[in-house]
Design a protein around this ligand. Structure first.
Ligand code: HSE
Length: 353
């Protein structure tokens, strides 16, 4: 892909955003490069980092990984790296660096979907593959970005957007292909599920949300988690991927867990039930898609009632198989970094044909 001698097995990576997820990815890459190559069949070389808080660094031959891993979380810290600057340089790095793959993991404004949407546009337009964990670009420009990737013959991958490291998009799209999926329903917000679990154990909602933030599960603004918007976006992404549904935020009825009280949550347990925030969508006979997000009080024997902590689970209902449930980690820094790695593997496999 790049100008190295090892042209077929090395990818240059630009990390846009260097918070918990991209730091975890850098750690995975740096831990044991030889074992990594042996397992994956390719090398990854981080050539650029740009972050609104930390600043930026671009080293076309690769950033010193020991220095990058040890970078303190201090404003402008990148200025202390060779070729580093105290300010971010997202646009120039995305458009003009020698990156093969842009990994987009910035904080998105949920009203505008920016700056992540522009990051993806710039990268795809300049012929670079994109892996993003960001819901913003999918919520605001999904079709445009998919078309842009197709037209530029590059990959646009976003496995981490739904269920983080648990590869549910590829599972549904590739492994259940042809099974005639007509419905899915699931727990797809780790924060809300974790919070409900702690409230069941006696914590207040406020303390439980703080704990979810400390664990790295919650969004920068956790209202997206507890008001259901995060689930709504994941339902849209999954429904559009499965059925080419053209769903938008206007089509999905959405209610979070803010209407639940600590008493309601504890009373449900006493009744042998659990409140869960459920996102679902189904294909109607006329081909239209109906989707919604709302808390549901599930009896203990329901397959989703026992899903605890930040674990996510989705049940797919198909004509051929009936119900198939996938469960696994739905949030977390390392888990989401793994989703990026799975995107990079998909980009590699696409190249390998
Ligand atoms: N805040 C999200 C969650 C992170 O709790 O599920 C993963 O999208």
């Amino acid at each position: 892909m790049n100008d190295n001698t090892n042209v077929s097995t090395s990818y240059n990576i630009a990390l846009i955003g260097f918070g918990g997820v991209n730091r975890a990815l850098a750690n995975i890459i740096a831990t044991d490069p030889e074992a990594f190559y042996h397992e994956m069949g390719f090398n990854l070389r981080i050539i650029a980092v740009s972050d609104m808080f930390l600043g930026s660094v671009y080293s076309p031959e690769g950033i010193d990984m020991a220095l990058l891993i040890g970078l303190p979380a201090a404003q402008g810290a990148c200025a202390n790296l060779p070729n580093g600057k105290a300010t971010a340089d997202n646009e120039d790095i995305i458009k003009n660096s020698n990156a093969d793959i842009v990994v987009e993991a910035t904080v998105t404004n949920s009203v505008t979907g920016q700056p992540a949407t522009s990051h993806c546009r710039w990268a795809l337009s300049s012929g670079k593959h994109v892996s993003t964990t960001n819901k913003g670009p999918l919520a605001f420009a999904e079709k445009e970005l998919i078309d842009l990737a197709l037209n530029n013959n590059v990959g646009f991958e976003y496995e981490g957007v739904v269920m983080s490291g648990t590869p549910v998009l590829r599972f549904a799209d590739k492994l259940l292909k042809g099974s005639n999926i007509n419905r899915f329903a699931g727990i797809v917000n780790g924060t809300a599920n974790y919070v409900l679990g702690l409230v069941e154990q006696g914590q207040s909602f406020a303390d439980a949300i703080t704990s979810a933030q400390q664990q790295g599960y919650a969004e920068a603004d956790p209202s997206a988690d507890i008001e259901g918007k995060d689930v709504m976006l994941k339902v849209i992404v999954l429904a559009n991927r499965l059925w080419n549904a053209n769903l938008t935020q206007d089509n999905v009825q959405c209610e979070g867990i803010t209407g639940l009280t600590e008493t309601m949550v504890k009373e449900a347990v006493a009744e042998g039930c659990h409140w869960k925030l459920i996102g679902k969508a189904s294909k109607q006979d006329d081909g239209s898609i109906v989707a919604s997000v709302s808390p549901e009080k599930l009896p203990i024997e329901h397959p989703l009632a026992g899903i605890g902590g930040a674990v996510n689970a989705i049940t797919f209902t198909s004509g051929m198989l009936g119900d198939v449930t996938v469960s696994g980690p739905g949030a977390g820094r390392i888990e989401t970094a793994y989703a990026i790695l799975s995107d990079i593997i998909a980009i590699h496999q696409r190249k390998e044909g």
